[in-house]
Design a protein around this ligand. Structure first.
Ligand SMILES: Cc1cc2nc3c(=O)[nH]c(=O)nc-3n(C[C@H](O)[C@H](O)[C@H](O)COP(=O)(O)OP(=O)(O)OC[C@H]3O[C@@H](n4cnc5c(N)ncnc54)[C@H](O)[C@@H]3O)c2cc1C
Length: 304
């Protein structure tokens, strides 16, 4: 719960772009999770800075939510202020680079590059989310990841009044992580260095990547993609399948029968059910193989 004074300050800073006690299930791809005390969608960098200022003044924790495609919000919801970046969504082509604000969807970023005849971002077509989430997760497939194309990111540090651009090398991008991103900073925009390419060829690659994904992953059911990171030299999905947990259920959550590193949910599922399956898979794989799987999904909020 946020006190009356803090609420008023948030409303003064953000107007109708802040709401209170908002269920977060519809903002995450797993479709589960409790409410945000406050949920705001700043429409400019200045508003974003003001939101941080109010949060700092009243000691509200801040959580950033991109597309919510890699986030499990627990049933008790998120305390403090949740910032969505969906109103920061401009895309600019500065040949041969693409500069996109954090709230731009993966689909739009990939399509914009393809329309401009720029190659290099095709691999992102099946990685749902926003540009901000891509950067923070250093999202990728196989050998190709955001690190390969990102040249710089615009960030806002908590408490700062203005944003700054930092080179990609300063972000410490590694396997599904950006360890060099300053504590609590928000990614506001990203610049991708691409190469001129043949539009038809780029589109063909995109179609092929989408087709391959539809055959190997449960793309039509709510999920968060890979639940665990792959351990060195192995695959989390292979290990979970090997210990017999493919198809394992807890309430309305299930370890996918198509890909064992995915957990899918049905209507009415609870975050606690997803969490139970995560813990079960982790414990069983550890007990039977000695490998301790590390979650890729970001688990946030209070238990219900
Ligand atoms: C069907 C499916 C398939 C997937 N396949 C892949 C895949 O092949 N490869 C892969 O890498 N991932 C995959 N994922 C996971 C997901 O697509 C990526 O992690 C993506 O980068 C998430 O982006 P998002 O905006 O939804 O991030 P969110 O889930 O909203 O956030 C993820 C993390 O980033 C932080 N964050 C988000 N935006 C910002 C910002 N602007 N500033 C600061 N912090 C921010 C959040 O606080 C959180 O910690 C898949 C997911 C699904 C559902």
């Amino acid at each position: 719960m946020i006190g009356a004074e803090a609420r008023q300050a948030l409303v003064r800073a953000l107007g109708e772009r802040v709401r209170f006690e908002v269920p977060l299930g519809r903002f995450t791809s797993l479709r589960v999770g409790g409410p945000a005390d406050a949920l705001a969608s700043p429409a400019s960098r200045e508003e974003l800075a003001r939101a941080f200022e109010v949060a700092g003044e009243f000691g509200l924790p801040v959580t950033v939510l991109g597309g919510g495609f890699n986030t499990l919000v627990l049933d008790g919801g998120l305390p403090g202020l949740v910032l969505r970046m969906n109103r920061l969504r401009s895309v600019e082509i500065r040949q041969p680079a693409l500069v996109a604000e954090a709230g731009v969807s993966h689909a739009r970023a990939v399509r914009s590059a393809a329309d401009a005849g720029l190659a290099g971002l095709e691999f992102g077509v099946g990685i749902p989310g926003t540009v901000g989430g891509w950067v923070v997760m250093n999202a990728g497939i196989g050998e190709r990841e955001i690190r390969d194309v990102l040249t710089a990111a615009e960030i806002l540090r908590p408490g700062a009044r203005a944003t700054e651009w930092i080179p990609a090398a300063g972000l410490g991008l590694g396997y599904r992580a950006a360890r060099g991103l300053p504590e609590g900073a928000v990614v506001v925009a990203a610049r991708f260095g691409l190469e001129p390419g043949d539009r038809e060829r780029i589109r063909r690659t995109i179609r092929e990547l989408l087709d391959r994904r539809a055959q190997t992953q449960p793309t039509r059911q709510p999920s968060c993609g890979s639940v665990f990171k792959n351990p060195p030299g192995d695959f989390a999905g292979r290990l979970i399948e090997a210990v017999g947990l493919k198809g394992e259920r807890c309430g309305r959550a299930e370890i996918s029968r198509l890909h064992a590193n995915f957990i899918v949910t049905g209507p009415g599922a609870r975050a606690a059910e997803v969490l139970t399956l995560i813990e079960r898979a982790r414990e069983r794989v550890h007990a039977e193989t000695g490998v301790l799987l590390e979650p890729e999904v970001r688990i946030v909020g209070r238990p219900g």
